[in-house]
Design a protein around this ligand. Structure first.
Ligand code: GLA
Length: 407
């Protein structure tokens, strides 16, 4: 008997709400952002190689071109907090810290553009950033115009130091101000994150205003942090996942792959989950000294293709089976991507028969199965009652795609 291939996702019905209409982020953006790895290191005397300075961003841009990052799709080189001078200039414009960015942001943007990359900048909806640098409150038009004049391509707009009841107005006003400059800038928001403590955010408005939005806490360089983000997303998936789609994405925060806190299996888990969540892929690591295995994972074309799938549906956690959980994401051409996680953090690899993957029913009678992680492997044509099982390492993942063979 042939299964009808009914998808389990309530989810295939995504909200038909229009995205911010700037033509950007039609697939999740990819790039590099300094925060998780370099934080607010402003001591260039003591630590010239790792402080937040134009040199750091120029070096990252160089490596992104030389070592295949740009070709793999990583395009945005992004500043986070702590780039500006503590004072605005005489005409009230934000300015970069003159000692750390002697050339200024315009010159940095020109440099980044000359490499075929894009530059992202950071500010805050309130009067100060989270780290206490000048924020944009009272200066939205001026700051938007300054960023446009500099040739900036993305604004990460943080939500510190603003009453939650004023977030909507602030984020919307900045969105309008960016639009009014006539320059196209990806608008990356943290608005829902700062509202969730008080009420359920208005995602219709968020999606109309922002190209991507943070919902939950900052990522740290640890497995407990990455796990908690995945768990939050799964627990809130009905509230957040339907809002993702071309032009607007849920942002579970940076990829910390290649740093100190995750085992290789955990790095694979982050990469697979971020691909299935249709997340922006913003790495925060030191590209100048990345271990080859992490680099190969971050540049894995098959995983990136899942993340960048043009259908733009966000995946869901579809099953929890003992120590396993399964996440699934419908891709274009009726392909399904599935991540099987082993949440047990001791022992050895555990086996799960793939017929237990809920989306397996979408295969009809026959399916071509490909394992993407941990290693690429064609698992061949499998029928509906296949005995095929995957072995998943503790805190690791097996990422699969199922291509239905239609009759
Ligand atoms: C907040 C944001 C982080 C980072 C810091 C910078 O915590 O959520 O992503 O931008 O501020 O201070």
């Amino acid at each position: 008997m042939r299964c009808t291939g009914l998808l389990l996702f309530p989810l295939l019905i995504s909200h038909a709400v229009k995205a911010l209409d700037n033509g950007l982020a039609l697939t999740p953006i990819m790039g590099w952002l300094h925060w998780a790895r370099f934080m607010c290191n402003v001591d260039c005397d003591a630590d010239p190689d790792n402080c937040i300075s134009e040199r750091l961003f120029m070096q990252m841009a160089d490596v992104m071109v030389k070592e295949g990052w740009r070709d793999a799709g990583y395009e945005y080189v992004c500043l986070d907090d702590c780039w500006p001078s503590r004072r605005r200039d005489a005409s009230g414009r934000l300015q970069a810290d003159p000692a750390r960015f002697p050339g200024g942001i315009k010159k940095l943007a020109d440099y980044v553009h000359s490499k075929g990359l894009k530059l992202g900048i950071y500010s805050d909806v309130g009067a100060e950033t989270c780290a206490g640098y000048p924020g944009s409150l009272g200066h939205y038009e001026k700051d938007a115009q300054t960023f446009a004049d500099w040739g900036v391509d993305l604004l990460k707009f943080d939500g510190c130091n603003m009453r939650w009841t004023r977030l909507a107005e602030g984020y919307r006003n900045m969105s309008r101000a960016l639009n009014a400059t006539g320059s196209r800038m990806v608008y990356s928001c943290e608005w829902p994150l700062y509202e969730w403590d008080f009420h359920k955010p208005n995602y219709t408005a968020v999606r109309e205003t922002c190209n991507q939005w943070r919902n939950y806490a900052d990522v740290y360089d640890s497995w407990s942090s990455v796990k908690s983000i995945a768990e939050w997303t799964a627990l809130h998936q009905d509230a957040v996942a339907p809002w993702a789609g071309p032009g607007g994405w849920n942002d579970p925060d940076m990829l910390v792959i290649g740093n100190f806190g995750l085992s290789h299996d955990q790095q694979e888990s982050q990469m697979a989950l971020w691909a299935l969540m249709a997340a922006p892929l913003l790495m925060s690591n030191d590209l100048r000294s990345l271990c080859p295995r992490s680099k190969a994972l971050l540049q894995n074309r098959r995983v990136i293709a899942i993340n960048q799938d043009p259908l733009g549906r966000q995946g869901y956690r579809t099953a929890t089976l003992g120590s396993f959980e399964v996440w699934e994401r419908p891709l274009s051409n009726r392909v399904l991507a599935a991540a099987v996680r082993n949440k047990q953090e001791m022992g050895g690899p555990q086996k799960l028969p793939i017929v237990k993957v809920p989306g397996w029913t979408t295969c009809g009678s026959l399916c071509n199965v490909t394992q993407i992680l941990p290693q690429y492997k064609e698992l061949g044509v499998q029928w509906q009652r296949t005995a095929l099982a995957v072995a998943v390492n503790p805190s690791g993942v097996v990422l699969l795609t199922f291509h239905p063979i239609l009759d």
